[in-house]
Design a protein around this ligand. Structure first.
Ligand code: ZN
Length: 325
């Protein structure tokens, strides 16, 4: 008899959610990855999870992971866009009212001269801007190459992961901690959040952004959704589950923000999802692929999502929270 899998947040049984037939970057491997979902919490997890951080680390060695350089947005092989591609992006751009995690957003919550840490800071773009505004900035980044780029800009960045934040920084050191698209990568998100709580001063601010698994893009594209990211993503959240994890860790939620609408309609992103769709189709993954990822279905997605609620429209959700006194 197989043991029933339980949700780590509320101990209720998890249901099978998505079967991801392989990893596109390792076409020679036949492994299927199983994702499970808790309806009550709206939280998902990969099962079985890797047992060691080294297994997760292997993933990033496969190709030039996007945080490695500052040039990741510049692609040499970009084709000129067609009129319809430009129109799709233009309409989506007009409809995009998402809130970016920028230095000016941080300024609304964290007093100047305060200490800020960006966990998973990549090459340090956000930290550099915050430093210019007068903040004392620190970063933590698992990737050695990205860390080197950040250090070459004069930033104080340590190599490490959220789960070992306390090895690098003393308790009650930061006025604010930012973590964008990191919690879903953590082997142990609960201990990552506990570390963040310890490293913050009383009333400290914590801003945490993750992919939004509730959005129409995620629901329509299933296993081929570009933010699904199996095997680098191990945990899957929505607005509800992100807020409840953060509250359970002892923070008070101040606000929830969404971002990432227009980018779902950019030809390069559509192409990535189309290639994933084709790869998984060949491996009989149809039941995990609700619709074909292509230009025409993207117009249907635009029509369905344009007036949808923020939680259905945007591909990412962030929670801004604070510690009590
Ligand atoms: Zn649950």
């Amino acid at each position: 008899m197989t043991q029933e899998l339980l949700c780590p947040l509320d101990n209720t049984p998890l249901r099978k959610w998505l079967s991801v037939p392989g990893d596109r970057r390792k076409p020679s491997e036949e492994t299927d990855y199983q994702l499970y979902w808790c309806e009550t919490c709206q939280y998902g997890t990969l099962h079985p999870l890797p047992t060691q951080y080294e297994e997760v680390e292997d993933f990033y060695k496969i190709d030039d992971y996007y945080t490695h350089s500052d040039q990741f947005q510049k692609k040499d092989n970009q084709k000129p866009r067609t009129f319809l591609e430009k129109l799709l992006v233009h309409i989506a751009w007009k409809l995009d009212q998402g809130t970016e995690i920028t230095a000016s957003l941080l300024e609304k919550y964290i007093p100047h001269q305060g200490t800020i840490c960006d966990i998973g800071c990549g090459s340090g773009r956000l930290l550099s801007t915050c430093q210019k505004l007068g903040y004392q900035v620190y970063g933590l980044e698992p990737d050695a190459e990205a860390k080197t780029v950040a250090v070459s800009k004069g930033l104080q960045v340590k190599q490490g992961i959220a789960e070992d934040l306390s090895k690098h920084f003393q308790e009650q050191f930061f006025d604010g901690i930012v973590m964008t698209h990191v919690l879903e990568h953590c082997l142990d998100p609960i201990s990552a959040l506990a570390n963040i709580k310890k490293a913050l001063k009383p009333k400290g601010i914590f801003i945490c952004e993750v992919p939004n698994n509730d959005c129409i893009g995620a629901r329509w594209t299933g296993a081929s959704w570009s933010h699904l990211g199996v095997l680098s993503h191990l945990h899957f959240f929505t607005e509800n589950s992100l807020a409840s994890c953060i509250e359970k860790a002892g923070f008070q939620v101040l606000s929830t923000q969404f971002r990432g609408y227009c980018r779902q309609f950019i030809p390069e992103n559509i192409k990535i999802e189309q290639q994933a769709y084709e790869f998984f189709s060949l491996r009989n993954g149809q039941e995990s692929l609700p619709i074909k990822s292509c230009a025409s279905t993207r117009w249907m997605m635009l029509a369905s999502s344009a007036l949808a609620s923020a939680s259905r429209k945007y591909d990412s959700v962030s929670v801004i929270s604070c510690l009590p006194d």
